[in-house]
Design a protein around this ligand. Structure first.
Ligand code: CUA
Length: 341
C-alpha cells in the first residue's frame, strides 16, 4: 500500500508555516517602514550602529545555517533504523577540538573589533564648530536650548541637514533616555552628569523621538520630534525664534495675554518680555510648534484650551497644576499662545 501524500497533518503544517512566513515578512516590513525604525538610519551615528548590527546579523545567520544544516544532516544520516549499526563513537578528537576553539575565537574577533570601534566612534568629542544643543529630560517633556543662538524650545527640535550637532544631555529630576530611532541613539539622560551624542543628520525630514527609560506615570507621553531642514529653511526658523514675541492683535488673544500675565502661568513659563518662569516649557514661540504636552498633542486652539483647563486629563501625572481656569479663560489663553508664532 502506498502512503497518502496529502494528509490532514501535512496540510496543518503547511498552513502553519505559511502563517509564520506571513507574520515574519509583515514584521520585517513594519520594522523597515515604521517612523520608529532603527534599520533605516538617517545620520552618520545611526549608520555606524546599523552597519555593526548588519555585520553581526549576517555573521550569526551564516553560523546558524551551518549549525542547522549539520544538525539536520546528522539526525538524518545517523537515525535509528532496524538493523542499522551503531555509528562510530568519537571522543577527544584533537583536530576538531582545536578547530572549533579557533573558529569561535575568530567569530568573536569579527564581532568584537568593529563593536569596540563603534563604541569609541560614538563617544567622540564634537568639533568646536558643531551646533550645541542642551537637552534637558524632565518629567514629562523635553527642553531644547541652543546656547549659541539664544533659543529655547520644547518637544520640537530643528536641525540643519548635513551639519554636526552635539547634544549635551542632562536631567534635573530622574533618569530618562534620549532616543531618535532614525537618527541613532539611545543614550541615558542622568541627573548629576552630562552625557553626549554627536551626530550629523543626512536627510531632511521629521523624525519622532521618545524617552526610552521608564521615568514615571507619563513616561510613554514623553515624546518629541526632530525636524531636519535645509540650511536656509533652518536659518529662517532660527531668525523667527530669536525675534521677540509678536503682540496679539486679535481681541480674544489680547484677553488671553491678560489671563496669562495675571495668573500663576508666569511663575513657571517664560514668554520673553512678559514672564520669566523656568519650570515649564518656554512659550515665547509656542504657536510656531506643531506639538505640545510632551509631544502627545497637536497644537490646535481646541487642544490647548482643553489642556489649560485640565492638564491631568490629557497627560496623567502632569506637573502642570489645574489652575481652575474657566472655559472662557482657556479659549482666550489658547488664542494668545497660538498667536505666538
Ligand atoms: Cu522620561 Cu521616560
Amino acid at each position: 500500500m502506498t502512503p497518502r501524500l496529502i494528509t490532514a497533518s501535512r496540510v496543518r503544517t503547511l498552513l502553519l508555516l505559511a502563517g509564520v512566513l506571513l507574520l515574519a515578512t509583515s514584521c520585517g516590513w513594519s520594522l523597515w517602514d515604521s517612523p520608529m525604525t532603527t534599520v533605516r538610519p538617517r545620520s552618520d551615528f545611526g549608520r555606524v550602529i546599523d552597519d555593526l548590527f548588519m555585520l553581526i546579523s549576517w555573521t550569526t545567520l551564516v553560523i546558524f545555517i551551518a549549525v542547522e544544516v549539520a544538525l539536520v544532516y546528522c539526525c538524518w544520516r545517523f537515525r535509528e533504523r532496524p538493523g542499522a549499526p551503531m555509528p562510530k563513537q568519537v571522543h577527544g578528537h584533537t583536530v576538531l577540538e582545536v578547530g572549533w576553539t579557533v573558529a569561535f575565537a575568530v567569530v568573536l574577533l569579527i564581532i568584537v573589533i568593529p563593536t569596540i570601534r563603534v563604541i569609541f566612534k560614538t563617544q567622540e568629542a564634537p568639533a568646536a564648530t558643531a551646533l550645541r544643543v542642551d537637552v534637558a529630560g524632565k518629567q514629562w517633556w523635553w527642553e531644547f536650548k541652543y546656547p549659541s543662538l539664544g533659543i529655547a524650545t520644547a518637544n520640537e527640535l530643528h536641525l540643519p541637514v548635513g551639519e554636526t550637532v552635539a547634544f549635551n544631555l542632562h536631567a534635573p529630576d530622574v533618569i530618562h533616555s534620549f532616543w531618535i530611532p532614525q537618527l541613532g541613539g539611545k543614550r541615558d539622560v542622568v541627573p548629576h552628569r552630562v552625557n553626549r551624542i554627536v551626530l550629523t543628520p543626512d536627510a531632511p525630514g521629521e523624525y519622532p523621538g521618545q524617552c526610552a527609560e521608564f521615568c514615571g506615570t507619563s513616561h510613554a507621553n514623553m515624546r518629541f520630534r526632530v525636524i531636519v531642514q535645509e540650511k536656509s529653511a533652518w536659518e529662517t526658523w532660527v531668525k523667527a525664534q530669536q525675534a521677540p514675541p509678536v503682540e496679539p492683535t486679535d481681541p480674544l488673544a489680547q484677553q488671553g495675554k491678560q489671563v496669562f500675565s495675571s495668573s500663576a502661568c508666569v511663575g513657571c513659563h517664560t514668554i520673553k518680555g512678559v514672564s520669566a518662569g523656568q519650570i515649564g516649557p518656554d512659550l515665547t514661540h509656542f504657536g510656531s510648534r506643531k506639538i505640545f504636552a510632551g509631544g502627545i498633542m497637536a497644537v490646535t486652539a481646541e487642544n490647548v484650551a482643553k489642556w489649560v483647563e485640565k492638564p491631568e486629563h490629557m497627560k496623567p501625572g502632569s506637573r502642570m497644576p489645574d489652575l481652575g481656569m474657566s472655559g472662557e479663560q482657556g479659549k482666550a489663553l489658547a488664542a494668545y499662545l497660538l498667536s505666538l508664532k
